[in-house]
Ligand binder design. Structure first.
Ligand code: SAM
Length: 267
């Protein structure tokens, strides 16, 4: 274990750099903050590469568990000052624990061979939406999230934070729109698209798994090509003056309609 007070320490700088996508891609690492989220990752079998915690907390039993897991994974263990944690976290009031993990991306073959439910997001831009959706997919017992086209990063600090650790229990797939459309004929399950222009009420759809629920970009909705690829196109009724639901809210409603159909004993 190393004790670090210096804000210019190279490891501190490299952990701080993980707030930027460019450095995450270069290093293959991402950051998770907070005892609960880091513990969730470790409990699910993820191995930390770095573990930084507030110096003096070594005797806390939970921090002790994380140090043990970090040692077992040969991770760098850093007992750091409050200011160093604040620098790594970009926050004045940082969490007492920050860890880095290796980004794990899955191929579309994982979707093809799965019997569960996936959410496919077309060019999702907001990391808060993405994290919230990951949390909902996990809550609904889903397999993972397919990021189609130019999406916000599933391993950004904001997305990981908003997922409340659900990202560690899901598979993340990145794919271009062309590759997704090319791979679809190999998919034996259902593909439900969601659109404000659809005429079918979401309660009328066939929600049986294996299933991909496809959601559109926050501003533009689904592209024409993705809309055309959806075997079923559904909408949620809008009764007031708002013209659409928030993307993450619409995804949650769709996922729980799936739960109601496929897991009636739990719904
Ligand atoms: N202006 C966009 C449009 O015309 O599609 C609004 C996009 S909406 C904020 C983001 C995504 O959430 C939509 O593409 C769709 O997937 C889903 N969504 C939101 N409200 C919905 C509704 N009432 N019915 C079906 N899907 C909805």
């Amino acid at each position: 274990m190393r004790h670090i007070n210096s804000l210019t320490n190279p490891t501190v700088k490299s952990l701080r750099a993980l707030h930027e996508r460019k450095y995450r891609r270069q290093s293959g690492l991402f950051l998770a903050e907070g005892m609960r989220i880091v513990m969730e990752a470790v409990d699910l079998g993820w191995s930390p590469k770095h573990l930084a915690f507030l110096d003096g907390r070594q005797d806390d039993p939970l921090v002790g568990r994380l140090i043990k897991a970090a040692d077992a994974a040969d991770a760098e263990c850093l007992a750091v000052s409050h200011d160093v944690l604040a620098k790594i976290s970009h926050k004045d009031n940082p969490q007492a624990v920050v860890a880095s993990f290796a980004e794990t991306w899955h191929g579309f073959d994982q979707v093809i061979t799965s019997n569960g439910v996936w959410v496919a997001l077309d060019r999702v831009r907001d990391p808060g939406n993405l994290g919230t959706i990951m949390r909902s997919v996990d809550a609904a017992g889903g397999e993972g999230v397919i990021l189609i086209g130019d999406c916000t990063d599933g391993f950004s600090v904001e997305a990981v934070r908003a997922s409340m650790g659900a990202c560690f229990n899901l598979k993340l797939v990145e794919i271009s729109e062309d590759a997704f459309l090319e791979a679809l004929p190999s998919w034996n399950g259902r593909l439900i698209g969601t659109s404000l222009a659809a005429s079918v009420d979401y309660r009328q759809a066939d929600w049986a798994a294996p299933l991909i629920i496809m959601m559109g970009n926050e501003q533009a909705g689904l592209t024409d090509a993705l809309t055309a690829a959806a075997k079923q196109l559904i909408r949620m009724p809008m009764l007031g003056r708002s013209d659409s639901l928030n993307l993450a809210v619409a995804t949650g409603i769709a996922l729980y309609e799936y739960v109601r159909h496929e897991h009636p004993d739990k719904a």
